[in-house]
Design a protein around this ligand. Structure first.
Ligand SMILES: C[S@@+](CC[C@H](N)C(=O)[O-])C[C@H]1O[C@@H](n2cnc3c(N)ncnc32)[C@H](O)[C@@H]1O
Length: 454
């Protein structure tokens, strides 16, 4: 069978497994029984910007689950509204082969990018917040634990140039001194062009340990690590709980967390990562304009954009940004509160995704449930894809019971509105499909009302 006609095949599967795949992704989803449930098939009806109805086959099951074997420990950094590694893994394994490029235009903590590297795909990502690359890059080039502990011994944790006294609501004075010394060390090394992958790793771990709700963090008890509270709110927490920041040892905590992150990082994982990660491309910019990524170079986009106003990334990340020397108010996040501007922003990102995708490449675009399910973002994103020439192939709904642990790692789905993962899968058509589409649009010569609004 021609490749172009069977783009939903799982290219990565071993030869003997190929015979199991008798059809495109839709058929695989229908036949899916891995966690004991049968798939429900339904249909989502969406309306394009020119008013036409599009019927998209929709499949519901527990396609990935908390019962599955835990993901690689390298993923264990917290980030607000991150998805589980099982989500990108599901699509990467089924829709790409080794050495192909997998891209996430809203990279966050780098879940797609790290999983792509782990599976021997070339990782590519973009996020407008510099924090994202600072969290992701070091885990594509993980140092050895001995290198980390050696470097921690060499760093002078006592020389401080800038002490932010207001942060004493979070930290014991000696701990704050160590944090500020580490910050100065890392920024000075960077400015002098001297920092290396071990420094980057230490910075990434420190960012993750800044605040949290257990003795594994530098701070006194506060909210989970991905939700830094303001100084004022922390004062309140301290008063209510009658607490004072205890002494924590920064180097010790970084060493402990590094050990945990590197737990599953054996020779095999390192070999796979090093084979592809030198070709990794991580960008810090608006993902609607990414000229650094070559046209037609990407096989799969797996992503999850900001969902209307569900998460306040800027407020959540102010302390982390301070640590890496970034003014959070300078980060221009796309966080539209209304559906129409959200659709406009997503259309522009999908237009860019269409440019960089190879023919037959896919986009798996995850949207959660927002505003108690009143707004169906999966219906809202279908016209955005259609507008730029992507074909909506299907919608996958992962219906999963969330665990406490998942909440703690930022998949805070029950509290802030997301109960299921809804993934719209688009495909970039082959030559024939593109010609047909062009002919159709010339014939109908419609005025796209949506573009007028914008
Ligand atoms: C839902 S989070 C992505 C989480 C990611 N899937 C993960 O697992 O970590 C959305 C991300 O979009 C980023 N973002 C917001 N506006 C952006 C823009 N215009 N261009 C690129 N990234 C943007 C935010 O900084 C945030 O990291």
């Amino acid at each position: 069978m021609l490749l172009e006609e069977n783009l939903e095949f799982g290219f990565e599967l071993q030869r003997e497994e190929v015979s199991r795949l008798k059809g495109p992704l839709a058929e695989l989803l229908v036949a899916f029984r891995e966690f004991g449930k049968t798939t429900q098939a339904t249909e989502t009806v969406a309306t394009t910007f020119s008013g036409e109805q599009v019927r998209v086959p929709t499949y519901v099951n527990e396609f990935w689950t908390s019962k599955q074997r835990a993901a690689n420990s390298l993923h264990e950094v917290s980030y607000r509204a991150c998805f589980k590694p099982q989500l990108p893994r599901f699509f990467i394994k089924r829709l790409t082969g080794p050495d192909e490029v997998v891209y996430d235009p809203f990279m966050g903590r780098g879940t797609t990018v790290i999983e792509a590297g782990r599976l021997g795909r070339v990782p590519c990502g973009c996020d407008i917040n510099p924090l994202s690359a600072a969290l992701t890059r070091p885990r594509l080039h993980p140092p050895r634990l001995e290198q980390v502990t050696q470097r921690l011994r060499e760093i002078d944790f006592s020389t401080v140039k800038e002490m932010r006294e207001d942060l004493l609501v979070f930290y014991h004075p000696e701990t704050l001194r160590e944090i500020c010394a580490l910050k100065n060390y890392l920024l000075e090394r960077k400015e002098a062009g001297q920092s290396d992958y071990i420094d980057d790793w230490i910075g990434m771990v420190a960012v993750n340990r800044l605040t949290g709700h257990s003795p594994g963090f530098f701070s006194v008890y506060t909210l989970p690590p991905n939700q830094a509270v303001s100084v004022k709110a922390q004062k309140q927490i301290n008063e209510t709980r009658g607490q004072e920041p205890p002494r924590r040892h920064v180097a010790e905590i970084i060493g402990r967390k590094s050990r945990q992150l590197l737990r599953d990082c054996g020779a095999g994982v390192r070999r796979v990562l090093s084979a592809v990660c030198d070709r990794a491309q991580l960008l810090t910019q608006h993902s609607a304009v990414t000229p650094q990524i070559a046209s037609g170079s990407v096989s799969l986009v797996v992503t999850s954009p900001p969902f209307l106003d569900v998460v306040d990334y800027a407020a959540d990340n102010w302390l982390r940004c301070w640590f890496i020397g970034v003014d959070p108010s300078s980060v221009r996040l796309t966080v539209p509160k209304q559906l129409e501007p959200w659709q406009l922003a997503m259309t522009e990102v999908l237009r860019e995704s269409h440019r960089i995708l190879r023919r037959g490449g896919h986009v798996a675009f995850e949207v959660g449930e927002v505003r108690g399910g009143k707004i169906k973002l999966e219906e809202a994103v279908v016209p955005c894809g259609v507008q730029v020439g992507l074909k909506p192939v299907l919608i996958l709904i992962n219906d999963q019971k969330f665990t406490k642990t998942a909440n703690c790692w930022g998949v805070n789905n029950n509290a802030k509105g997301t109960n299921t993962n809804r993934v719209v899968v688009f495909r970039k058509g082959n030559r024939r499909e593109r010609r047909e589409r062009r002919d159709m649009s010339t014939n109908t010569n419609r005025v796209i009302a949506f573009r007028k609004h914008s």
